[in-house]
Write a protein that binds this ligand. Structure first.
Ligand code: 13P
Length: 248
């Protein structure tokens, strides 16, 4: 049984003060819910969010991490630093990081492995551009990402990784993939995991869809068989909207 998991990705929004205001409101709304939820916030918000969500089941995630234990990497943050704050999740390979910050499948793979050595669960993002979809390469692109990103990661660790299918053309554009398009790719991702590992392992992996998810389209997306959750950008910034998605 895969428990639905909905995570917010705040990207570069919300100061620490704003994050606490959100948390106070959101934890009231969230009470009594059995859908797993988390907020992936800027590094500067993480400690305050952990404190604000203490005693609740709401998880806190980072949006990036470095793959080295420590070292002369100005501006970077290590797994150990996140773990000391008690961070539960970390997004890896978001398309914005691949596009603007030179994230490659190789660094994604190193980051996943470093996270898996510790206690934080990675949320791995994969997805094709519009050009890749239009030229029919969408499945090759996503398969290649999975093969490269998960290289040498053993089946025992795979259940700890959440995989988010985020078609680049649907991110922040208001243009959501149809539930059928999202389902088709999530089914393909699960099939690829069966080929790379085995059916039992693949069955346990939580697959999220991300890209313009909002209260109005959450239920049709969440009701698809192979989609177990959502990674929500813009609509996770308002507690009421994010809660409406969780209440799909
Ligand atoms: P939007 O929900 O704003 O389209 O962003 C999706 C996303 O990138 C989540 O990681």
């Amino acid at each position: 049984m895969r428990i639905p998991f909905i995570a917010g990705n705040w990207k570069m929004f919300k100061t620490e003060e704003e994050s606490v205001a959100f948390a106070e409101k959101f934890k009231e709304l969230y009470q009594g819910t059995d859908v797993r939820a988390a907020i992936c916030a800027p590094f500067t918000d993480l400690r305050a969010l952990k404190e604000a969500f203490e005693g609740t089941a709401i998880g806190v995630g980072a949006q990036n991490v470095h793959f080295a234990d420590e070292g002369a990497y100005t501006g970077e943050i290590s797994v150990k630093m996140l773990q000391e704050i008690g961070v539960d999740y970390c997004i890896v390979g978001h398309s914005e990081r691949r596009q603007y910050f030179a994230e490659t499948d190789e660094t994604v793979n190193l980051k996943l492995k470093k996270l898996l050595e510790g206690t934080i669960s990675p949320i791995l993002c994969v997805g094709e551009s519009l050009e890749q979809r239009d030229s029919g390469k969408l499945f090759d692109v996503v398969k290649n990402q999975l093969v490269e990103d998960l290289k040498d990661i053993p089946s025992g660790d795979i259940q700890r990784i959440v995989i988010a299918y985020e078609p680049i053309w649907a991110i922040g554009t208001g243009r959501t993939a149809t539930p059928q398009q999202a389902e088709e790719m999530c089914a393909f991702i699960r099939q690829t995991l069966i080929e790379m590992y085995d059916e039992e392992t693949a069955d346990q992996v939580i697959l999220q869809y991300g890209g313009s998810v909002k209260p109005a389209n959450a239920s049709e997306i969440m009701n698809m068989d192979e989609i177990d959750g959502a990674l929500v950008g813009g609509a996770s910034l308002k507690a009421e909207d994010f809660m409406a998605i969780i209440d799909f």
